[in-house]
Every structure is written in structure tokens, then in C-alpha cells.
Design a protein around this ligand. Structure first.
Ligand code: ATR
Length: 283
């Protein structure tokens, strides 16, 4: 393969970061596209974000991804905002354009594209969104672009954050309501789309919902991608529901970031192979 005349450096910042699959996925993409670029991961703790972005700026990094827990706070330290970033009020991708750090939110596309691939009809559906962090913001922005959703019920462990998300949603064209953590199973039984936008499932926490609380006609979406088969998705499959794996959102947000940085179509197959080569195929 021809190596093009480009040697750019990219990275991801977050905490925890040691299990991030973005370096494997993006380095595979650069290789497949014949680009002489590289992608690293840096652990950046809360409280060190401003200094870290300042350092990246000073080194002339070509671009970077931002993950948990910095997707909202990072906006303070960036220069320009694409409409995707403004819509979500959270960012996950930065492109360094001649010293100007321009921010995007590719989680919006990453979340919705797997649903579009499945030809999901959003008209009249009830959505249960569990979580109210940076990822939930992007998910709400993605759902806003789909016409006809009947209602979005939002539950979060910390009610104040769910309330803040709800405040943001008042300017949106979605009928959003806040529910309590204890009401999740009541709402999940009626929901046609259930989304886990929390980190529950990455550790040893019990699954979010029992299979009896999941409708067999529902689509159940977990943004957690490691393990690939979370207990939440296992329970959903047992209930007879369709599932969307967390790696799918990871793949398409990463593909969009790649395209923003390079201006060329993302080599999806190589990226997916790198991801599933690490976490295993879904069963
Ligand atoms: P991200 O940017 O990926 O969304 P985040 O902003 O740190 O990350 O949000 C993480 C989400 O997971 C939040 O909704 C968080 O709930 P709180 O707002 O109450 O912190 C949720 N979360 C993480 N661990 C949780 C747990 N053990 N139980 C319930 N919710 C949890």
C-alpha cells in the first residue's frame, strides 16, 4: 500500500483509559488507509484537564478524542464548536486546524447510525434513557433529530444530573420526563427503546434490568462495550428483544472522528476487525 505524505499524531484523553479500544481501532484505520499517522492514549485525571489540553495544543497534536469524565468540562478549553457539539453540549472529538482547536460530537452519529442500519421506526415509540452524563447528552441530541418519538423517560442515580439534562431538553422537540431510579423497571416494560448510557456493566455490578422487565418487541441498546455481551444485553436477548452492542456506537463515533481528521472515508471493516479482535465477537 502506498504511504501518503502525512505523519500526524492523535490521541484520546480520559480516566480510566487503560482499557480504551480507540488506539487499536484508529491505528488500524490509519494503516488500512495508508496513512503514516499514530494514535495514543493518555490518562488525564479530573482537575488536570485544562493543563493537559494546553499541553496538547503546545505539541501541535493533529486531533484528539475526549472520553469519560471530560466530555462536558473540555468545552471550556476549546476554541470553536461544530453544530454537533453545540447540540449535545458535550464533545468527544477535537480537530486542530492551524492551531484552532475545533470540537465536534461524533457520539450523536455513533449512537444513531446502528439504529438507522436496522431501519428502526421511531414514530410513536417510548424511550427509556438510563444515565445523564456526557453520553446521554449526545443520545438525547440524536433522538431529537428523529421525528415522532412519543416520550423519553430519563432515569439517573443522581437526580440532579437528570434534572439538568431535562432542563436542556426543554428547548428540544422531545417530550422528556424525569423518573426515579426505582421506577426504571416500571417504565422499561412499556419502552420500545431502552438505552443504558451509564457505565454499569463495565465492572461487577448486577445487570441493569431483569429479563421479565424487558418487552420482547423492544430494542435494547448498551453503550458499554467491554465486555461485548453485558449482563444487560444478555437479559434482553433472553427476553427476546433485539440488541445493539456498545461496540457499534464506538465504531461509528470513531469512524466519524477519522473522517473529520483525514477527510477520507473511514475503513470501517478494518476498524471493526480491530475492535472485535480485542473484545471478541458478540454471541
Ligand atoms: P459519560 O460521559 O460516558 O456519559 P459520565 O458523564 O461520567 O460519563 O456519566 C456516567 C453515567 O454513569 C452517569 O449517568 C452516572 O450516574 P451519576 O450521574 O449518578 O454519577 C452513571 N453511573 C456510573 N456508575 C454508576 C452506578 N454504579 N450506578 C448508577 N449509575 C452509575
Amino acid at each position: 500500500m502506498q504511504i501518503k505524505d502525512s505523519s500526524n499524531t492523535y490521541c484520546i484523553i480520559g480516566d480510566p483509559i487503560q482499557h480504551s479500544l480507540s488506539p487499536a481501532m484508529q491505528n488500524a484505520a490509519f494503516k488500512a488507509a495508508g496513512l503514516n499517522s499514530s494514535y495514543l492514549a493518555f490518562r488525564v485525571k479530573k482537575g488536570e484537564l485544562g493543563e493537559s489540553i494546553g499541553s496538547l495544543r503546545a505539541t501541535g497534536v493533529s486531533g484528539f478524542n475526549i472520553t469519560v469524565p471530560h466530555k462536558v468540562e473540555a468545552m471550556k478549553y476549546l476554541d470553536e464548536f461544530d453544530s454537533s457539539a453545540s447540540k449535545a453540549d458535550a464533545v468527544n472529538t477535537v480537530h486542530n486546524v492551524s492551531g484552532i482547536l475545533k470540537a465536534y460530537n461524533t457520539d450523536i452519529y455513533g449512537f444513531i447510525h446502528p439504529l438507522h442500519l436496522r431501519n428502526v421506526n421511531f414514530i410513536g415509540i417510548k424511550v427509556l434513557l438510563i444515565g445523564a452524563g456526557g453520553a446521554a447528552r449526545a443520545i438525547l441530541a440524536a433522538l431529537e433529530a428523529e421525528r415522532g418519538i412519543s416520550e423519553v423517560n430519563i432515569a439517573n442515580r443522581t437526580q440532579g444530573k437528570a434534572r439538568a439534562l431535562l432542563e436542556m431538553s426543554r428547548t428540544r422537540q422531545l417530550n422528556c420526563n424525569m423518573i426515579t431510579w426505582d421506577e426504571i423497571s416500571k417504565y422499561s416494560r412499556k419502552a420500545e427503546l431502552i438505552v443504558n448510557a451509564t457505565t454499569i456493566g463495565m465492572g461487577n455490578e448486577p445487570g441493569l434490568l431483569d429479563y421479565q422487565d424487558i418487552n420482547k418487541d423492544a430494542i435494547v441498546y448498551d453503550i458499554v462495550y467491554r465486555p461485548v455481551n453485558t449482563e444487560f444485553l444478555e437479559n434482553a436477548k433472553y427476553a427476546g428483544a433485539d440488541v445493539v452492542y456498545g461496540y457499534e456506537m464506538l465504531l461509528y463515533q470513531g469512524a466519524k472522528s477519522f473522517e473529520i481528521w483525514t477527510g477520507i472515508p473511514a475503513p470501517i471493516y478494518a476498524m471493526k476487525k480491530a475492535l472485535l479482535g480485542t473484545i471478541g465477537e458478540p454471541s
